[in-house]
Design a binder for this molecule. Structure first.
Ligand code: AMP
Ligand code: MG
Length: 522
């Protein structure tokens, strides 16, 4: 018996392997990966499987119920003709070069071809690897639920992302200090099977540049272009430059989607930046509730707030500078790279404006839009306004009744009593300008609303919602996982029985661990 997958490995067949096969921590040189086997687990139990990903990989619901499926996707069985491996990469963490990191708790099972597409399949939390450094290679249930639900939710929101096939309990206990304050406790271990065309990160290239292993760097870049950017053609200096430009453009697209839906990644280190511009490594991420450029959910970053919502686009650019440095040995000239970086910086500005115009329902481009948007951002922040509720309800605005604007969005205010006097007057003035601005648009109110509803989601995975699923699962109740999974499949649709999820964060969740405060402990 086996799982019916068409295995067609390239990464571990075309790139240099670490010659050492023992599984002990080490610095790995001159190799892109190390062969390693997942750890057998105590009592594996499948908790949820994504129907879309099953279909994508050519599997059926029947397959998902089999013992072999459970075995393979919890690391207890190795598929025939596969050689699992962990990737070697480095990275800049919180602004500093951190040296070798690598797949410390991710093990790639192999690559599968289905419906003409190639997918890499990876287990997260399946045990230690040569890259595990001082940690155990395991993952806990709470962070696994968060990654599983969020990556699929992001996909349905139209945000480029890695996917998830399955969520399982390992049946083993894992020791974690949630807030890094000297209170470690045992938690349930879990394993997510992640799926992506590739899990390559900026850090995969940086490590070779840092170690001056230029030939391995070239081999990896050529492989990446051939596999994932084949339209760029044969390797050459021009091809490398074009490759960098495309990675930059994809990364900008990705971060603009984050800004659009109010997603804060939390740990935008270069080892968490996908070479395909996909959202990758869901850790202490969060969703904006009160619109706030200064917000980050990651308590590990609470001092510096390097990765707060408002700076995410700039951080992408900073990370692209690190990628440019990593590719420099293959290009040997900084002028062209700088030119591309300048172009990307410019693009960040225009992409943001385009995105915000769409959220506000503007088709026509008015010169005053930048100021108008800034004015709105200031008001949203001064008033503690729920981002999702605000933009979704703004779609109900009528051009000819701008005096009603404020009442349409009152539900979005966390402290409605404080919207009075000058603040109230400023909101009214903004709505009056909004009404005038919309008169420059050709679309009717109803048409504009439909368009706005395709970019302003009704449902997102609010931080407390994920926590409710986690609390229930801790008690053996997995129904909330299913409820949220299915809700978030259609985030832009009105869903009659789900109005309770179209609401502000409840007050109990304001300062609760897991809801507004998360750490890298996972
Ligand atoms: P992250 O910030 O979660 O992206 O992880 C940064 C680095 O730490 C990566 O190389 C991870 O593989 C590694 N890492 C995180 N958690 C663990 C763990 N529990 N065991 C081993 N390595 C880990
Ligand atoms: Mg990571």
């Amino acid at each position: 018996m086996t799982v019916n997958l068409e295995i067609r490995d390239t990464f571990n067949t075309q790139l240099p392997a670490d010659p050492i096969s023992e599984n002990h921590r080490r610095q790995v040189h001159g190799a892109c990966f190390s062969f390693v086997k997942p750890k057998k687990t105590g009592n594996p139990k499948m908790l949820h499987v994504s129907p879309e990903m099953l279909t994508t990989l050519g599997l059926t619901g029947q397959d998902a119920k089999s013992n072999i499926f459970r075995g393979v996707f919890t690391g207890n069985e190795i598929l025939p003709n596969t050689k699992p491996y962990a990737m070697c990469y480095g990275g800049h963490q919180f602004g500093n070069w951190a040296g070798q990191l690598g797949d410390g708790r991710a093990i790639n099972l192999g690559e599968v071809v289905s419906r003409g597409k190639r997918w890499a399949i990876q287990l997260k939390g399946a045990g230690e690897t040569p890259y595990s450094r001082t940690a155990d290679g395991l993952a806990v249930l709470r962070s696994s639920i968060r990654e599983y639900l969020c990556s699929e939710a992001m996909f349905h929101l139209g945000v480029p992302t890695t996917r998830a096939l399955s969520l399982a309990l390992s049946g083993d206990q894992v020791l974690r200090d949630v807030l890094y304050n000297g209170n470690p406790e045992y938690e349930k271990g879990a394993i997510v099977c992640r799926v992506s065309p590739s899990f390559l990160r900026f850090g995969n290239y940086e490590i070779f540049a840092a170690r001056k292993e230029v030939e391995t760097l070239r081999t990896l870049v050529d492989y990446t272009i051939a596999q994932h950017y084949p339209q760029l053609g044969k390797p050459s200096m021009d091809t490398y430059l074009q490759f960098f430009k495309e990675v930059g453009e994809k990364s900008i697209k990705m971060v603009m989607h984050w800004q659009r839906v109010g997603f804060v990644h939390g740990v935008m280190n270069t080892d968490n930046m996908s070479i395909l511009g996909l959202t990758i490594d869901y850790g202490p991420y969060g969703w904006l509730e009160g619109y706030d450029h200064g917000w980050t959910p990651n308590t590990t970053d609470s001092g510096q707030k390097r990765y707060r919502y408002g700076t995410q686009p700039q951080v992408v650019l900073w990370n692209l500078y690190q990628l440019a440095n990593a590719l420099y040995p293959l290009i040997g000239d900084t002028a062209d790279l700088e030119l591309i970086l300048n172009g990307l910086e410019e693009k960040l500005g225009t992409a943001y404006l385009t995105m915000m115009r769409a959220k506000l329902g503007f088709n026509y481009e008015d010169n005053h839009d930048v100021d108008f948007i800034e004015e709105l951002e200031t008001l949203l922040q001064r008033s503690e306004t729920d981002m999702t509720l605000f933009f979704r309800n703004l779609g109900n605005f009528k051009k000819d009744a701008s005096s009603d604007g404020l009442s349409l969005i009152t539900d979005a205010f966390y402290k409605p009593d404080e919207i009075k006097d000058t603040l109230k007057a400023e909101w009214e003035s903004w709505f009056s300008k909004y009404g005038k601005r919309l008169k420059k648009e050709e679309r009717e109110d109803s048409e504009r609303k439909l368009a706005m509803n395709t970019v302003n989601p009704k449902y997102v995975l609010r931080n407390y919602m994920a926590q409710l699923a986690i609390d229930a699962a801790d008690n053996g109740d997995y129904t909330v996982i299913e409820e949220l999974f299915s809700l978030l499949r259609n985030p832009y649709d009105e869903q009659k029985n789900a109005e309770k999820w179209f609401a502000k964060r409840p007050e109990w969740a304001r300062n609760k661990v897991g809801c507004s405060m998360l750490s890298c402990s996972s």
